[in-house]
Write a protein that binds this ligand. Structure first.
Ligand code: HEM
Length: 247
């Protein structure tokens, strides 16, 4: 190995090592040995739906941002941003309806989960700051399939999604038919949903991809699986239920 490094020269061998480390890290971080024992967390349809929504939301966000930020309008030459924005809205509507019809039970469970809050959830929220800053993990109450932080994100997706759809529909189809004040309120609400949803999306992405406490998160959204250890420590109540069913 030392011999190899010498033969390659210092700079190429440094890049080789960095490449090796980065490649191994990325592979281990993102993918998984299919044979490895683990717990299925996200089904294939759920993952496909998630990443389809990600692409659509990114396009909607980007084209919306160009329309929203003063001065960025120059980027929307010939109104292409508006066209892409609307096409993405129609595709999102079709995807949502098809997913809802096909996986009705899961969608209803998602809605129920987002709107069901208990005292125990508030306890988790209070303890979460310390936990995410590296505090003692054993102080966190055991969780179900998602924790209340993720539940807040689910709630935001539902509320902001509904606001986008309602206000967007008025702005697209009822311009001139509604009073100017109503129209202005729709624009304002659309923008607020964008700011709140966008800010929470950044938190969601950082937690899901970078936070050391959520080390198996991104991989679970790619491969579907998490390790038994991760399931026990992060979603203890959910893991117990699964283990009970399997025994
Ligand atoms: C680049 C953008 C995104 C990345 C990298 C990302 C990543 C992830 C990851 C890693 C998880 C699994 C979390 C876990 O349970 O450990 C997840 C879950 C989820 N994502 Fe995303 N996501 C993105 C965008 C979005 C968008 C745009 C939406 C919806 C508007 C969304 C909605 C959800 C929901 C509802 C869940 C399940 C609840 C949760 O675990 O938080 N995600 N995402």
């Amino acid at each position: 190995m030392a011999q190899n490094k010498k033969q390659r020269g210092l700079i190429p061998s440094a890049f080789h090592t960095i490449g090796d480390v980065a490649g191994t890290f990325l592979f281990n971080y993102l993918f998984d040995d299919p044979e490895r024992k683990g717990v299925m967390r996200f089904s294939f349809p759920a993952r496909t739906f998630h990443w389809t929504v990600v692409i659509l939301v990114m396009l909607l966000g980007l084209t919306g941002l160009i329309l929203f930020v003063p001065g960025w309008g120059v980027a929307s030459v010939a109104g292409w941003t508006r066209i892409v924005h609307r096409i993405c809205v129609y595709i999102s509507a079709v995807v949502l309806v098809i997913y809802f019809i096909t996986y009705r039970q899961s969608c209803l469970a998602y809605l129920k989960e987002a709107f069901t809050w208990t005292k125990a959830d508030l306890g988790w929220v209070r303890a979460a700051v310390d936990y995410y800053l590296g505090g003692d993990e054993s102080k966190m109450p055991p969780q179900g399939h998602i924790n209340p932080g993720q539940k807040i994100w689910e709630l935001i997706t539902v509320v902001c999604g509904a606001l986008f759809i309602i206000t967007g529909a008025v702005m697209t189809f009822a311009k001139g038919a509604v009073a100017p004040g109503v129209f202005q309120w729709c624009v304002f609400t659309h923008d607020i949903a964008f700011i709140v949803g966008g800010a929470m999306l950044i938190v969601h992405i950082v937690l899901g991809t970078l936070h050391p406490r959520m080390s198996e998160s991104l991989r679970s959204m790619i491969t579907g699986k998490i390790s038994v250890h991760y399931a026990k420590s992060h979603y203890g109540k959910w893991y117990d239920k699964i283990a009970e069913k399997q025994s």
